[in-house]
Design a protein around this ligand. Structure first.
Ligand SMILES: C[S@@+](CC[C@H](N)C(=O)[O-])C[C@H]1O[C@@H](n2cnc3c(N)ncnc32)[C@H](O)[C@@H]1O
Length: 205
């Protein structure tokens, strides 16, 4: 039994139906800032049913994704095939999954909420996994989201803050770093004004 078993069961159930829980269009923040990401190779963390990976593959990037769930990865592959793009989608537990060293021109993390100890360790590995000049893009809910009923985790420790991310990602150069509110209508899973933190940060070199 691994620490991720309960999360896996919950997400497998959520992704088990026919539809796409967060829709098939990309996350709004990623869609807006995609031109700031380098071309080349990109890894999407906790990519769910594949909407963001399929979008980035359509921009010509060598696109890889990891998610905890078999159902999410199967849907990622299906959506990529339907759209005629290639995504290298893998099942993996990011608590232990090897994301490599100086491997990626960009790493993308959209609503990849995990327990704090897993997240902190993963972010340290993201820094290592980026190539010099590589860019990390993240959007996540903040503690202000709790109780709004518009999506996101219900445990404050699973959310993220800008101060926490500045600490966890020390060594990267932040080019966009805000806590804000925005209207997020992305499938049935995210359904209204949400409190988010957004980061775009570059590895020096
Ligand atoms: C809110 S969904 C976001 C999905 C996708 N990034 C999107 O924006 O559509 C959170 C995702 O985190 C994944 N996840 C949670 N814990 C994980 C872990 N330890 N390793 C890999 N993926 C994980 C879940 O399977 C789920 O797909």
């Amino acid at each position: 039994m691994s620490g991720s078993d309960a999360a896996r069961a919950m997400w497998e159930q959520r992704f088990g139906g026919e539809g796409y829980h967060y829709g098939t269009d990309p996350n709004g923040f990623l869609g807006e800032h995609e031109p700031t990401l380098p071309q080349g190779s990109v890894l999407l963390l906790a990519e769910g049913e594949g909407r963001n990976a399929v979008f980035l593959a359509g921009t010509g990037r060598d696109t890889h994704s990891v998610d905890l769930t078999e159902s999410g990865v199967a849907k990622t592959r299906r959506l990529a095939a339907e759209r005629g793009v290639e995504v290298h989608a893998e099942v993996g537990d990011l608590a232990v999954h090897d994301i490599g060293a100086e491997r990626w021109d960009a790493v993308v993390s959209i609503f990849a909420h995990m327990p704090p100890s897993v997240r902190r360790d993963l972010h340290a590995r993201v820094i290592r996994a980026l190539r010099p000049g590589g860019v990390f893009l993240l959007e996540a809910y903040t503690p202000d989201q709790i109780g709004r009923g518009t999506g996101g985790p219900q445990l404050p420790e699973m959310t993220m803050t800008l101060a926490g991310l500045r600490d966890e990602l020390a060594g990267l150069e932040f080019v966009h770093a805000v806590e804000t509110e925005r209207d997020i209508v992305e499938g049935a899973g995210h359904t209204g004004v949400g409190a988010v933190v957004q980061v775009i940060a570059r590895k020096p070199g």
